[in-house]
Design a protein. Sequence first.
Length: 346
Amino acid sequence: MVKQVRPLGQDRHIPEQNPAAAAPAHIQGVRAPSVLPDKKLDVGLDVILAERGLLNDDAQVKPTAINPPETAATDAAAGNGALVKSEPDDVLVSLIDPSPYQPRLVIDEVELDLLAVSIREAGELRRPIILRKKSDGRYELVGGERRWRAHLLLGWEKIRARVCELSDAEAKIEALADNQGEAGLSDFELGKAYRSIMNDNPSMSASALARRVGVNQSTVSRCLGFLSLPESIQDYLKKKPRLIGTKNVLKFVELSKRDESVVLQAVSSMSEGKLAQQGAIRWIMDQLNAGKEPPRTEPRALYSKARPIGTIKVVKGKIEVSCDHESDAERIATLVAEYLQTVEGI
């Protein structure tokens, strides 16, 4: 049969199909519905299932609206539903005390000045701070210390705030969640805050904490890695939390296990601006390797019960054994192989 030749640039003719035949009414034995239900994006899946009787009768389901962006982080941090809090109101700046649970170790003065200028130009606070009432009538700051300090710099008497009912544990989590803003915490600061919360709640896992503060579990695990550094090195990070980056922290942990004093010397130079992180790692490696004995290339004598049987030397990663004419080379090789079977860690 002669094959038909189609002119270049001309598409092959495909016969038209009936649309009804082209779209099957069912797929793999499942018949397609004739009418699709309306979308219900304003309620949760549990509500829809309850309406159709697909949940247990014991389950108590209440329709819940989606949290607005402003309160989503707060509600997630509380973990036990929405927090009881007032509408934003003006509070005297002089009646506010700093939070004892502030996870931020260092507040950059330059960034604080810039924030104060931004608030002054805006004429108002875009995001109210979060407070809780104290027994003496004053307020304790929960979230927004940089904004509060900016008002102190500006000399403003009042600040826009929300007053919430929070336990100590909730205040600690809320302080952490509030700092996930424009000037975020360093991973070291986050790691210390995560560890503090987990110490207060021994049953709380890293995954549970991640859900409470609204981050990935990998983020929590990565930040907790900073706490594996020796305390002497963490002391430098308390003054300069971003001195060691996340990509290099595990390397510093590993090197610290080999010689903490050498790593501490490098971190000190980093703090003084004499070394960058990668340069510090290279310097540490050079110092640690400098103390190693170089491979010996001169032949060494081999003895068997005080009788010389030959020589051995290392040449470019190879071991060369020379046997005397009276020695049994095969026997020596067998003994060496049997001995190596009993040695670990080579």
